[in-house]
Ligand binder design. Structure first.
Ligand SMILES: Nc1ncnc2c1ncn2[C@@H]1O[C@H](COP(=O)(O)OP(=O)(O)OP(=O)(O)O)[C@@H](O)[C@H]1O
Ligand SMILES: [Mg+2]
Length: 246
């Protein structure tokens, strides 16, 4: 069984006896969990949903906030309970939240972090009450060349705060007040303080940037614009060099 390594006996028992439900929690279940955790005072609609998490529009007192909830279970294969893969989503949430705090403190254009409880965290909501900020993919830009430059400056700003976003795409940038906001930092890399050998991390960061720039250029093509990989990597490298980790 793929989870033998991290499931203890009591969890095995719950899986076998059917006391863990692997059904997707309903909106009411998630709302209750958010309220119980004290992250919000009111839970509204789901703003978006990906492979591993959902984001909800909530209210905390008088303020609108967004709450990202990592799903607790992910079914890896079809079949009986023995093929179920349990993932430590609390860790995923904690990692993303930490990177968000890090970027925010460094002045990067990321939503202001709120609090994290287990597999959920709150952050600044981007958008208006009836109109969440659109993903770049679905946005119509009023000043495409200016926005492109602000996007490159934003990528540089993340590097300045010590981060490289490894999943850059027009789906992970929101357009709010005509500015690019970088979200979904779950797989971000810290390039200021490197755990593994520096060159491994930096190579990974640069490879993912290349991928990200390609994805963004597919979007900017519709305006006949593109950013050059050389410009982006040179600007990011300049920031990273300040940390003297290379
Ligand atoms: N702070 C925010 N304010 C407004 N809308 C947000 C905010 N954060 C996320 N969203 C909305 O929720 C959607 C999903 O968010 P995000 O990209 O962080 O998660 P995800 O792609 O579902 O995660 P994953 O696929 O990595 O599990 C976004 O595309 C966006 O529309
Ligand atoms: Mg996303």
């Amino acid at each position: 069984m793929p989870n033998d390594g991290y499931l203890d006996a009591s969890v095995h028992w719950k899986v076998r006896s059917g006391r863990i439900s692997f059904a997707e929690p309903t909106h009411a279940d998630v709302a209750q969990a958010i309220l119980d955790a004290g992250l919000a005072t009111e839970v509204g609609r789901r703003l978006g949903s990906g492979k591993e998490a959902d984001v909800y529009l909530c209210r905390d007192g008088g303020q609108l906030i967004a709450v990202k909830v990592y799903r607790q279970y992910r079914t890896a294969h079809r079949g009986g309970p023995r093929s179920v893969k349990l993932e430590p989503m609390g860790q995923r949430a904690s990692r993303e939240f930490e990177l968000l705090c890090y970027g925010w403190q460094g002045g990067a254009h990321v939503p202001k972090p709120g609090r994290r409880i287990e597999n959920m965290f709150s952050m600044q909501y981007l958008g208006a009450l009836d109109e969440p900020a659109p993903m770049l993919q679905h946005a119509v830009l009023s000043d495409p060349p200016g926005f492109l430059e602000r996007t490159v400056a934003g990528i540089e700003g993340l590097a300045e705060s010590g981060l490289v976003h490894t999943d850059l795409s027009p789906f992970n940038i929101l357009v709010h007040d005509d500015e690019p906001w970088f979200i979904d930092l779950a797989a971000g890399l810290r390039v200021d303080r490197l755990g593994s050998p520096a060159w491994v991390r930096l190579q990974e960061a640069m490879r993912s940037l290349e991928h990200g720039v390609r994805a963004l250029n597919r979007y900017f093509q519709r305006y006949g614009l593109e950013m050059t990989l050389e410009d982006v990597t040179a600007r990011v490298r300049r920031q990273i060099e300040r940390f003297r980790v290379t």
